[in-house]
Ligand binder design. Structure first.
Ligand code: AP5
Length: 224
């Protein structure tokens, strides 16, 4: 089992790239945002407890996240796992190391400037049924407001994609999440990936790095 971390600010494209990589490389994707939103949507006790925190753009507690992520990783068994949205602070990164030592293969840091992030987030729409991600300008559905894959499913805007919440999330990212990069840089695991091109271009960049890491890991060591 290996963990591949998609890392970056809100709107950098973690979910979009995670879906593509999962499909193309038969990996398991664990998105903590999707897991939490599923609880909210289905009205579980956890969903009721966290809804106001998520809608406001704040972070949910480390204890709740660790339990969700541990469960998801253990359930995935031997599969390669793409983590989207975790870890989100240094305490979460340390917890991941404690429970899954030496399992992180790489951290892909998606780099996008702030103006583009705001544009991406404010135009994002989601299918509430299959969770497919759209954008009103750059990736619109075939019929305005409806999911291409789920007949009759009207696209929605996330509560935390309102402009005031976007600013809160970006500030929390800088304060709490950005230091996670240095945590992994020190371990030689962090790769910066320019994520301002088209979705396909970014996916090729990620795939190139991922394949290089895999080929180095699979090259037998020379013995003297
Ligand atoms: P989460 O769902 O993880 O939100 P996020 O990190 O803020 O990231 P986003 O989902 O907003 O963006 P993304 O990078 O996935 O971009 P996307 O691919 O959708 O978390 C939500 C909340 O849950 C948190 O605020 C927190 O409350 C809680 N939470 C989650 N994890 C937690 C944790 N570990 N600890 C504590 N709390 C946690 O793309 C965005 C838009 O851009 C889309 O419209 C897309 O079509 C478009 N787009 C993507 N790529 C491109 C491109 N290359 N060119 C043009 N447009 C593009």
């Amino acid at each position: 089992m290996k963990l591949w971390i998609l890392f970056g600010p809100p709107g950098a494209g973690k979910g979009t790239q995670g879906d593509l990589l999962k499909e193309r490389h038969q990996m398991c994707k664990l998105s903590t945002g999707d897991m939490l939103r599923r609880h909210i949507q289905t009205g579980t006790p956890l969903g009721k407890k966290i809804q106001s925190v998520v809608d406001a753009g704040h972070l949910v507690s480390d204890e709740i996240l660790l339990e969700l992520v541990r469960g998801g990783i253990e359930e995935a068994g031997d599969q390669e796992i793409l983590l989207d949205g975790y870890p989100r602070n240094v305490a979460q990164a340390e917890a991941l190391d404690t429970f899954f030592p030496a399992q992180v293969g790489a951290v892909f840091h998606l780099v996008v400037d702030e103006a583009a992030l705001i544009e991406r987030l404010s135009g994002r729409r989601l299918c509430p049924t299959c969770k497919r991600i759209y954008h009103v300008v750059t990736h619109p559905p075939k019929i305005s407001g409806s999911c291409d894959d789920c007949p009759g499913s009207a696209l929605v805007q996330r509560e935390d994609d309102r402009e005031d919440r976007i600013r809160v999330r970006l500030a929390i990212y800088e304060r709490e999440t950005a230091p996670v990069r240095d945590f992994y840089r020190k371990q030689g695991l962090c790769y910066d990936v320019q994520a301002d091109g088209s979705v396909e271009t970014v996916c090729s960049r990620l795939t190139d790095i991922w394949e290089k890491i895999q080929s180095v890991a699979n090259t037998p060591r020379q013995t003297e």
